[in-house]
Design a protein around this ligand. Sequence first.
Ligand SMILES: Cc1cc2nc3c(=O)[nH]c(=O)nc-3n(C[C@H](O)[C@H](O)[C@H](O)COP(=O)(O)O)c2cc1C
Length: 332
Amino acid sequence: MYKRPDMSVELCGLRWKNPVTTASGTFSARDSGGYYDFSRLGAVTTKGVSAEAWRGNPVPRIAESWGGMLNAVGLENPGVEAYIKEEIPYIKHYINERLMPGGERMCANTGGDGSEAGTCAAPETLIIANIVGKHVDEYRAVAERLNETDADMLEMNISCPNIKAGGLSFGTDARLAAEVTAAVRAATAKPLIVKLTPNVTDICEIAKAAEDAGADAVSLINTLLGMRIDAKKRMPTLANITGGLSGPAIKPIALRMVYQTARAVNIPIIGMGGIMTGEDAAEFFMAGASAVAVGTAALICPTAPTDILSELEEFMQSNGFADIGALRTALG
Ligand SMILES: Cc1cc2nc3c(=O)[nH]c(=O)nc-3n(C[C@H](O)[C@H](O)[C@H](O)COP(=O)(O)O)c2cc1C
């Protein structure tokens, strides 16, 4: 039997106790916290937040699909003020409640700092605030507003296929991607992750533009633009007509894009897209990711993020990987 692996990673100058986070839009602290202890995760990534409240798209905005799902939620959110007042304090409170006397943290199954299961001095779960805007000024305003908060990192979504203005238009044009990245970079000292869309011919071009404009990391992939038709009703299934495909069906595409991007940029990659098991996560590290995010899997089974973390650790232990670095250099 091999020694317990070290799950911790250094990413954008911050220590993560393990490299697993939630994928934006699939994690709500209040809902998820009722099912599993999300303070076991290296980070939690929250739903996209804009300057003012957004109502999202008309319903129906979710449809099942073979190997995945389509969503056209349209980034419904309560706006940055409500986010600062409610979501961030709730997450902080939740995490702190799980601290044991003396500041130690329960770390069953997570290892984290390489210690035995039980307690550990691993760092707190980080908060990644996903931000979105319809124009550059809105992105900048949201980033600025988060400066004095407990958000540890910002993830800038320039890749949502479900809103007409902003979002995807920045993510499919290298010049615009660079412009919005530079503007947000200037507005915050927090580590900045730029979230990329797969709905482009060459994702490496957009990743490099984000890197050159000051991104500390890129995350990929967001959903793939898709559609369903209700043949009996002779109507598109989604009110928005098109939606974003996520789940295991997109994993081969996500892996390919992480692999290519890892060879094109020098900044870390947070990989996501169809991760359903610990072994799926291991594939993303082998492709070049430094951390992974779990999305649709958590909509199928709410405990998926921590289940996948445990499975990843077991996979590493039984296959002789001492740490995440060993996984990242494993590919021949
Ligand atoms: C219902 C739903 C809502 C989402 N909302 C967001 C969002 O607010 N911001 C964002 O950057 N990505 C959003 N995404 C994309 C996910 O974060 C992730 O990139 C994508 O679903 C691929 O990962 P998965 O296959 O593990 O779900 C959403 C995905 C789903 C399924």
